[in-house]
Design a binder for this molecule. Structure first.
Ligand code: MN
Length: 299
């Protein structure tokens, strides 16, 4: 598998820490965009995260650690989708994630639209049967189909629960959905933490309740529109009443402390939709996710 060099890879890392042989973490850019609805541009998301990551510090103050030099991070060449769409595109990503998992890598997939998450989630589920999915999003993404396709960014979690016990899907930051999605959440016992509950005081200790809802092995699927548009405006479908940085970090820290994060994705950055600081925030979030995942591990 081809990897990107220092000038283009995640964090702009020299080869000593960024070749496949030297890296425990693999970043897989999947610039797939077919079904975005409001704002376009998620196909430029992975490249923008990689470019911005050159300005993220190697050193993490919270952990007093330069994770990149402890474990190494390789960035795979972006997947070329050509005309592939829907299940064929998902299969292409799945093949790459499977190959990386087989090599023992911790895989971080960068979208692209949220549809891509189906591939790494099912790949991790095959390796970790006890998996639960921690899904950060403004939207529950549980529509059976959207604008005629079941492989839509608005339907990705409806596809996921065809493979995963719906009670093992834990959603946070949710604040925009249709009534059918709301009914499905109740009917299937999906663990959805709505933004209004997180913020109106009706659910004290919601962060601990999120962690308690998770099994030991956790996959984190992070749609960047979970964050408030004030801190990350560049997404295809921004929604008010989103999550802010400190609570996002403290929740991820709790998950890293009490569970095992086995893989993650960061999706839905749409650079043309807003200012540059979104890109830095997305890149920093991606590195923080790695730090929380390796919280209890030396390598
Ligand atoms: Mn979303």
């Amino acid at each position: 598998m081809k990897t990107l060099g220092t000038r283009n890879n995640f964090l702009a890392i020299e080869p000593k820490y960024s070749t496949m042989a030297n890296a425990r973490i693999a970043v897989l850019p999947a610039p797939y965009e077919r079904t975005t609805t409001y704002g376009k541009g998620t196909r430029a998301g992975p490249r923008a995260i990689l470019s911005a990551s050159a300005f993220v510090e190697f050193y993490d103050d919270e952990f007093d650690r330069e994770l990149v030099f402890d474990v190494g991070i390789a960035t795979i060449s972006p997947i070329q989708f050509g005309k592939l769409a829907g299940p064929k595109a998902i299969a292409l990503i799945r093949k790459q994630v499977d190959a990386l998992l087989e090599k023992g890598k911790f895989v971080v997939t960068l979208g692209g639209e949220h549809t891509i998450s189906l591939a790494p989630i099912t790949a991790h589920l095959a390796k970790y049967p006890n998996l639960s999915v921690l899904h950060f999003d403004a939207h529950s993404d549980l529509r059976q189909a959207y604008e005629g396709t079941p492989y839509s960014h608005a339907s990705v979690m409806a596809r996921v629960i065809e493979h995963l016990d719906p009670r093992r899907l834990v959603q946070v930051g949710i604040r925009a959905q249709c009534i059918e999605e709301s009914r499905l959440i109740k009917e299937k016992g999906i663990n959805t933490f709505f933004a209004y509950q997180m913020y109106n005081g009706s659910m004290p200790g919601w962060q601990d309740r999120v962690v308690e809802s998770l099994t030991e092995d956790v996959y984190v699927s992070f749609d960047l529109d979970a964050l408030d548009p004030a801190i990350l405006p560049s997404t295809g479908t921004p929604e008010p009443n989103g999550m802010f940085w400190p609570e996002t970090m403290s929740l991820l820290r709790k998950v890293g402390e009490r569970r095992r994060i086995v893989g993650c994705d960061v999706v839905e950055l749409a650079p043309p939709m807003g200012p540059k600081h979104s890109e830095i925030t997305a890149a920093k979030l991606t590195y923080k996710l790695m730090n929380y995942a390796f919280f209890r591990r030396s390598g």
